[in-house]
Design a protein around this ligand. Sequence first.
Ligand SMILES: Nc1ncnc2c1ncn2[C@@H]1O[C@H](COP(=O)(O)OP(=O)(O)O)[C@@H](O)[C@H]1O
Ligand SMILES: CC(=O)OP(=O)(O)O
Ligand SMILES: [Mg+2]
Length: 419
Amino acid sequence: MKQNIILAVNAGSSSVKISVYSAEIGKAPVQIAEAQVSGLTAPPAKLKYTRGDEAVINGREVDEKVDGQSDAFGLLLETLIKDEDLPQVKSKEDVGIICHRIVHGGDYSKPQLISNETYEHLEALNDLAPLHNANSLGIVQLCIRSLPSAHNVACFDSQFHSTIPEHIRTYPINRDIARSNHLRKYGFHGISYSFITRSTSEFLKKSKDQVNIIALHLGSGASACAIKGGKSWDTSMGLTPLAGLPGATRSGSVDPSLVFHYASDVGKLSPASTKDLHISRAEEILNKESGWKSLTGTTDFGKIVSGANSNDPTMKLAFDLLVDRICGFVGSYFVSLRGQVDALVFAGGIGEKSSELRAAVVDQLGCLGFVIDEGRNKKKLEGVVEDVGKEGVNPRVLVCQTDEQFEMARDCAENKEFW
Ligand SMILES: Nc1ncnc2c1ncn2[C@@H]1O[C@H](COP(=O)(O)OP(=O)(O)O)[C@@H](O)[C@H]1O
Ligand SMILES: CC(=O)OP(=O)(O)O
Ligand SMILES: [Mg+2]
């Protein structure tokens, strides 16, 4: 049976995570190492490297110049290749397939081998995921240059959402313009939602097409997803990853007219009111200079939680604001799933690490029947899915340690054409 080393690359807005797998066609890949650089928006960035079960580097501050996702990837690749105890990756030639998380995949509904044509297609989408796509394509370029023997595969955050029904993905604007300019809800974090759906259905011992969940991927970018019969039914991000919940540097949804009132002549809805603010600058502000960074000065939600715990009013405002926005989506999805919900699932850096955020969200959702178990909620996570809900109560409250790299590697291992 043909064997291969798969390298899965996940460039998020504040981190780059890579995992190495030993794989056979049609079988679940087996992880042999993983490494990540996190905190790219809250320097100094930190490096973690795990081989098998051994934490080789555990959160070392990165002194090397790491300016953005491509630099971080370069450092991660070097860390792998330099490790003499990782015989499977002695040189760059050992890697057979590299799968890349590409946030915006336009109309692609499944992973694609990256040819010149697909690359150009994806490049055209760069502006629709301004914190992600260009960075990921930078890493693809680096791989094509420095690992020429590997096959590069693009896996899309948007592909899981290709099942969202038309009345939900359509914006109420001129239909011809919407069609010609491809203006619709795409949705993101779908690689994570796909992992969450499979893991949750296994955990609940229900077949995937029977499972209804409301999933929350809360990281540097945050989103909510209503999953009906194992498929995406609705999600909070839209044409771009700016819509929906606020994030580390993103505002999330605001009244679109806010853009016209942001400049100095506040209150005057006229061309004069935007004279100091070009429309593309507005997009940059809402993507890169808003969210936790603008409200609190930090992009680290861990610091916001500690601040809120010690009653710092600024931190408490940010914390309460996120709880409010999350509950708004959960309430709406609970209704659109007609109350047929098996579980609320928390995932992503914040969802997995902050028991305080989970407790506050579930407390407000008590009217829908969700109840958290304080003891379970505070326990260190061990399994892929952990139940933190109160015994005997439905719907359940779960935490899923999501793994986008594994999901991509799994997709690649299943697909003969990528080998
Ligand atoms: N202990 C913690 N409590 C709350 N949030 C945390 C904690 N540790 C990390 N985080 C948050 O998780 C975020 C990273 O989440 P992650 O999903 O890994 O990010 P990315 O979006 O880059 O993939 C950090 O920006 C930080 O805000
Ligand atoms: C889509 C998105 O926002 O991803 P991330 O949270 O990894 O930045
Ligand atoms: Mg992420």
